[in-house]
Design a protein around this ligand. Sequence first.
Ligand code: NI
Length: 245
Amino acid sequence: MRPARDDAARDTGGAIAQLGERLNGIQEVVGSIPIGSTTASLKDVEMSRGWRTWLLPTLAIIVVLVIGGGAWLYISQDVSAQIGGIGGPFTLIDGSGQTVTDRTFRGRFMLVYFGYTFCPDVCPTTLTTVAAALDRLGPQADQVQPLFITVDPARDTPKVMHEYTAAFSPRILGLTGSEQQIGAVARGYRVYFASHAAAGTSDYTVDHSSILYLMGPDGRFVAPLRTDQSAGALAAEIRKDMTER
Ligand code: NI
């Protein structure tokens, strides 16, 4: 966000102004220290003056470096947080009940999709396309881990997720978790989802955003991929994004 950077610049400007005042203060204090006693030799006085000539410029340079470095770190972190803002750490549960985190998949691309197994249309279509796209990637598919993360953890237990994803491709890993864990990962990926009760029954559907996220081997966001494209087009896009990394 631009305002954040402007704030940083303003803060830095303010800090430098404060620093200037402080340096003036130091100079006054140093200036008020009697240099040598009346009995001190001329050599002592010269040494004291020599000490004064290098101390203040050195202090000033150190302070400028520290403030400049701090501001640079602050701004660069702000920028990278925006670029890499989608995704982030997660802790979830795989089909065998084992805990997995984002770190589990480091070194490989992650192809992340959010949905739920009771989904009547978009999810099964998307997983079918993903499975076919992976087949088209050939050996390169080994570098891609597709993850299907449920937004309906109440019904999508590890067993349900495993059986569901296995029906599309053994490559796809279904992940569930506690409501908190699912809420956290959905927030990280900016996923929208909302349950709607079906009239007259205890059933409900879950509206959810439908985007495939390609994440890099370092866990950072690479590209969003559309779900309404053919398996061939999806494979080509993934291959292109992988080679550009
Ligand atoms: Ni769906």
